[in-house]
Design a protein. Structure first.
Length: 202
């Protein structure tokens, strides 16, 4: 039983030229099984990803192109908006999980966290009522049965990355600048005893 409305977008290989999208939705605190809204009828041509702009050269058009790939299908877009409206009606955030199947792992290289709201074309993941995560492909066989060893804290390492984007292109986002130095100090204090590497600013 989900404590928040839960929308799962699953990307998988359909054939050598296409990917397919499955979509399922589960209401919060519902005893019913998740509802399968789409089961592979939405196809994405693989060449659409090959024609994507370079994110480092043209980030805005990269975000728009990735958004168009996902939401160009009207049925999928309407199901997404209906799930979000259902969450808003119940005053709950919408959890969205992107699941990329093993046969389509190459799709992990795309910046799914940059997708835009298909209505307002504003960054979707800056909305506190939209909880996004992506899942790795399912692991099976002997790999799934391999024991997990808990490492001592001194053996752990952490990568610290602090996002402070230029939001001048998004005047309606109401995002304040991040105090990078303060956030870095807080992160390093929280990770005391753990080796850290700081990802430098571009």
């Amino acid at each position: 039983m989900a404590n928040k409305p839960d929308l799962v977008i699953e990307l998988k290989t359909h054939d050598e030229d296409h990917y397919a999208i499955d979509l399922s939705f589960e209401q919060a605190q519902s005893l019913a099984r998740p509802v399968h809204l789409l089961t592979g009828e939405v196809l994405i041509a693989k060449h659409e990803f090959e024609e994507m702009p370079e994110p480092g050269i043209d980030p805005l058009n990269y975000w728009k192109a990735l958004t168009k790939i996902i939401f160009s299908n009207e049925h999928l877009r309407q199901e997404f908006l209906q799930a979000r409206n259902s969450a808003v009606t119940n005053n709950l955030p919408l959890r969205v999980r992107l699941s990329i199947r093993q046969g389509a792992v190459e799709l992990h290289r795309f910046g799914w966290e940059t997708i835009l709201d298909p209505i307002g074309m504003q960054p979707l993941l800056t909305d506190e009522n939209f909880l996004f995560s992506r899942y790795l492909g399912h692991v099976s066989g002997m790999e799934a049965m391999r024991p997990v060893r808990v490492h001592a804290r001194r053996e752990l390492r952490a990568l610290i990355a602090i996002a402070n984007p230029d939001v001048s292109a998004w005047p309606r986002s109401n995002l304040a600048p991040i105090d990078v130095a303060t956030e870095l100090t807080n992160a390093q204090a929280s990770l005391a005893g753990v080796g850290t590497t700081v990802l430098p600013s571009p």
